[in-house]
Ligand binder design. Structure first.
Ligand code: UD1
Length: 368
């Protein structure tokens, strides 16, 4: 029997773990446990994803909550170490690049438990991003590195990761998108907001580099002020962004724009329903860059770089940075010309989780 602890912590982890749990449950030789660190805890940042994606209730919950990076990482490590001693898994699976991903990998390897990292090898080459540090640490510690694209394989090889640890399997986030596409389409999310298909743009914003510096956030708002004279913009606001807008006294500016529609964070199905029927998406999220590529919706990434270059090379993504004039210009271009077209990257076919579980079940694991 193979006892696996699958780790989730924050919003972008949930849609990645859903297909892995589903595949693991099909294998009689696997006992999958789901552990939630509690890094995200609000209903709309966590619970709604479990309900909508039918993810089983976590077997283990650490309840760490929000704190500084060091404090949050340390709390996860202390709690997770206790769990690993008690449960004695044969394998720990982590996904993505959040603090929970790195913290649990570090604990597992020190207790000599093999680690599998799903979505390995992505690099923005920007070490001011907390996620980049989490990716570098997690990949250097992992035994199985499951990648989504050729660039990720190259990054890992360049860092000296042996070839036999690297497995190009595709994208589990797209497994979830494909599985739920019919539910997404029949959602009625637009009607609730009085929107028409193609009659609006969707915006999400939460990266510290965009929302923790007043001048940057203000510049983005000024670009939005201009764009919303041409098209409605729907803005589901992450709790970090709400906090920062209020702190910088920019909330009134945002509220004052007639065609900027401020709403609470959305669940998975509504978010994808809006993304799929929007004229274009503006975002600093990693996941939406990939999802818009598969949906064929133009995406403007409001960052200076991306760890997902395949979405630019093959997909609908354009990295525009945070410069006000550039955002206005690129948004305007989409409105006049329709925006970038692309194709679906290799192996983003809805079967990534099945490939991962096949690989994991074909290995021998020593007892702990
Ligand atoms: C985290 C991830 C980021 C991911 C993002 C998705 C790290 C380093 N960052 O960033 O990679 O893209 O999640 O959302 O792991 N808060 C709430 N309720 C919640 C969670 C957070 O109100 O359920 C507020 C708290 O004020 C908290 C702040 O949001 O301090 C930031 O939360 P945190 O988990 O530290 O980072 P995120 O910005 O969400």
């Amino acid at each position: 029997m193979l006892k696996v602890i699958n780790v989730v912590g924050a919003r972008p982890n949930f849609m990645k773990i859903a297909p892995l749990m589903e595949q693991m449950k099909k294998h009689s030789q696997i006992t999958p446990l789901l552990l939630h660190t509690g890094q995200h805890y609000d209903d709309m940042m966590s619970d709604v994803f479990f309900e909508e994606l039918r993810i089983p209730k976590p077997d283990l919950y650490l309840g760490v909550g929000s704190a500084s990076h060091a404090e949050q990482t340390a709390k996860i490590m202390m709690e997770f170490e206790r769990v690993v001693h008690k449960e004695r898994p044969n394998l720990v699976v982590v996904v993505g690049d959040v603090n929970s991903t790195m913290a649990c990998s570090l604990v597992a390897v020190k207790l000599l438990i093999p680690v599998a990292h799903v979505e390995a090898g992505l690099r923005s080459f920007d070490r001011t991003m907390p996620e980049e540090i989490n990716r570098l640490v997690t990949d250097s510690l992992s035994d199985y590195l499951f990648t989504t694209c050729e660039e990720a394989n190259e990054n890992l090889r360049r860092e000296g990761i042996p070839e036999e640890k690297i497995f190009f399997v595709g994208n589990v986030m797209i497994d979830t998108l494909m599985k739920n596409i019919d539910r997404i389409k029949s959602r009625g999310a637009l009607e609730k907001l009085g929107l028409e298909a193609q009659g609006f743009a969707l915006l999400t914003l939460h990266r510290p580099s965009n929302v923790d510096v007043k001048e940057t956030l203000q510049g983005i708002l000024e670009a939005l002020a201009e764009l919303q004279t041409k098209i409605k913009i729907v803005f589901p606001i992450h709790p970090r962004t709400t906090k920062q807008l209020k702190k910088f006294k920019l909330w009134e500016m945002a509220e004052g724009m007639k065609n900027l529609i401020l709403i609470d964070p959305l669940g998975y199905l509504d978010c994808l329903a809006l993304a799929s029927q929007s004229r274009f998406v503006m975002t600093d999220s990693g996941g939406l860059q990939e999802e818009t590529t598969v949906l064929g919706v133009p995406c403007l990434t409001l960052r200076e770089n991306t760890e997902r270059p395949v979405t630019v090379r093959e997909g609908t993504n354009v990295v525009v940075g945070m410069d006000k004039e550039r955002i206005i210009q690129e948004g305007g271009k989409i409105l006049t010309s329709g925006g970038k077209r692309g194709q679906r990257p290799k192996l983003w076919d809805g079967k990534a989780a099945a490939r991962i579980v096949d690989i994991l079940t074909s290995r021998n694991y020593s007892g702990v």
